[in-house]
Design a protein around this ligand. Structure first.
Ligand SMILES: [Zn+2]
Length: 392
């Protein structure tokens, strides 16, 4: 999965096995652990999971430096519920200097709540505002002895050289489709499902796994992939947009129920002792962010799936069936492929339109309006070929 990884030589099960990661970055034993890490690579290449596995490895009392993956420390860390694990994510489009000043610098100076080390995982680190990156420099350079900072980043050009040069860099690669299929089969997915998931996911293991293992994700995918065939008019487009927004709302509601259970668990685990108020406050904050993020994830998934349909039509027209993602929908694809309209130029414009909407969503555009505008535009750019329209 990444260049610097080496396989564990231990015969015991480790956190790396539990998370199906191919190996761990070389983590030196207790002394001289690098305090600042930068995990670089494309979306879905396993960086975030690796960051959590590393946090577990640094703190696991059973297998120090490796992580057993099953003790209370490991399981709470890999599920993101450990008081000494600090997950920093963008609020809206950026990670602001205030977030670093309030959420990282003072926390890094405190002693750990219960683990050996505090671990800060800064997700989408490229979204740190330059002033935020500058604010972090001193902590990166001279972090407290018991502090580890892991930056997770898709686009290293956005990071200041001064930040990058202070970190131990680990490179990740897009996961090949065959490898994804293999991982999913090992996890118990049927071969046809694993194969379809691997094609659809385009190198993103998280997306592939959620597709293969969650029936809801499969039905969501089918409904999103069917959207282009429904875009016969603006009215139909608005209908389809409303359904997509409802899908996102349903996902948010389900997660919100799970969060309520998590709050109860945390209260039971913490009692009323030292630091519990701040642990509760940080959990509430994390929950709010999680929900906002989840809504965007589902909406982006819809856009991405719709775009993959138009791309598949182009692929089918080029006679390259091995590159088609939506293997389950090939009869319909065939019909689009032989039609004169929409032509290739319109399909490319439609793909482009899908690709620009996530940016608008990240800039806090009203999600319903953004999706509606996109689908109305798609109905204009690339309405389904006449043959596939329903006949009354
Ligand atoms: Zn453990």
């Amino acid at each position: 999965m990444n260049q610097e990884m080496k396989s564990s030589t231990s015969s015991e099960t480790t956190v790396w096995d539990v998370l199906h990661l191919s190996g761990s970055p070389h983590i030196p034993s207790s002394v001289n652990v690098p305090h600042a890490w930068l995990l670089l690579g494309p979306t879905g290449s396993g960086k975030r999971l690796t960051a959590l596995a590393m946090a577990a490895a640094f703190n696991c009392p059973e297998l120090p430096g490796v992580g057993c993956g099953v003790c209370s420390t490991c399981t709470r860390i890999i599920s993101g519920r450990h008081p000494d694990l600090h997950l920093i994510v963008p609020e809206g489009q950026v990670i602001s200097v205030e977030t670093i000043r309030a959420g990282v610098i003072p926390e890094a100076a405190r002693s750990p709540f219960e683990a050996r080390r505090k671990v800060f995982v800064i997700e989408e680190a490229e979204r740190m505002h330059p002033s935020a990156q500058n604010a972090l420099l001193k902590t990166l350079e001279e972090p407290p002895e018991d502090t580890i900072i892991i930056l997770v980043c898709d686009q290293e050009d956005e990071l200041l050289e001064t930040v990058r040069s202070r970190c131990r860099v680990v490179h990740f690669q897009r996961v090949p489709s065959e490898a994804i299929q293999g991982i999913l089969e090992a996890e118990g997915a049927e071969t046809p499902v694993a194969r379809l998931a691997a094609r659809i996911a385009d190198g993103d293991i998280n997306r592939a796994r959620s597709f293969a293992l969650e029936p809801e994700a499969q039905s969501r995918h089918r409904s999103f992939a069917g959207v282009p065939a429904r875009l016969t008019s603006s009215l139909e487009a608005l209908d389809a947009a409303a359904e997509i927004v409802t899908e996102a709302a349903t996902a948010v509601k389900e997660r919100s129920e799970a969060q309520k259970r998590e709050v109860v668990e945390l209260a039971a685990a913490l009692g009323e002792g030292r630091g519990t108020a701040s642990a509760r406050a940080s959990l509430a904050k994390r929950h709010k962010r999680e929900l906002r993020r989840l809504e965007n994830e589902v909406l982006n998934e819809a856009l991405w799936t719709i775009a993959s349909w138009y791309r598949d039509v182009l692929t089918a027209r080029r006679g390259a069936p091995e590159a088609i993602a939506n293997l389950d929908l090939t009869p319909d694809l065939g019909r689009w492929a032989v039609a004169l309209e929409p032509d290739d130029r319109s399909l490319v414009a439609a793909i482009h339109r899908c690709a620009t909407t996530p940016g608008a969503l990240a800039r806090n555009a009203n999600p319903s309006l953004a999706i509606e505008a996109t689908l109305v535009e798609l109905a204009r750019l690339a309405p389904p070929p006449a043959e596939s329209m329903p006949v009354d």
